[in-house]
Design a protein. Structure first.
Length: 110
């Protein structure tokens, strides 16, 4: 996937960022309290996504990103990794099956 462009990544999938010695893996959604698509909520809620990153053949390191707020982006070496989106939104009374999650990420150099 190219650097400085949004790209999707499904649960369990791994991607190598083009033009970078960076490999990312979408491990899991740790928590999802986002407002369901078919509900009205007082607050938007949040979700926490666990990624694993490694650079230049190094060891894999975990990182948690949030859908909302400042914790949407994390620095890893010379790169910034940003969580752009998490799909799908849950529906009231129907949690999202873990295998159905897809994140949209963007990587940029610092």
């Amino acid at each position: 996937m190219p650097i400085d462009q949004d790209f999707p990544l499904a649960v369990g999938a791994t991607v190598t960022v083009a033009g970078a010695d960076l490999v990312l893996r979408f491990v899991q959604v740790q928590e999802d309290s986002r407002c369901p698509l078919d509900a009205q909520c007082v607050a938007a809620g949040d979700a926490t996504v666990r990624l694993a990153a490694r650079e230049d053949g190094g060891r894999e390191l975990p990182m948690d990103l949030h859908v909302y707020g400042e914790a949407r982006e994390v620095r890893f070496g010379i790169y910034w990794i940003r969580l752009q989106d998490l799909a799908p939104l849950p529906r009231a009374g129907q949690p999202v099956p873990p295998r159905d999650y897809v994140v949209t990420l963007r990587v940029r150099r610092s």
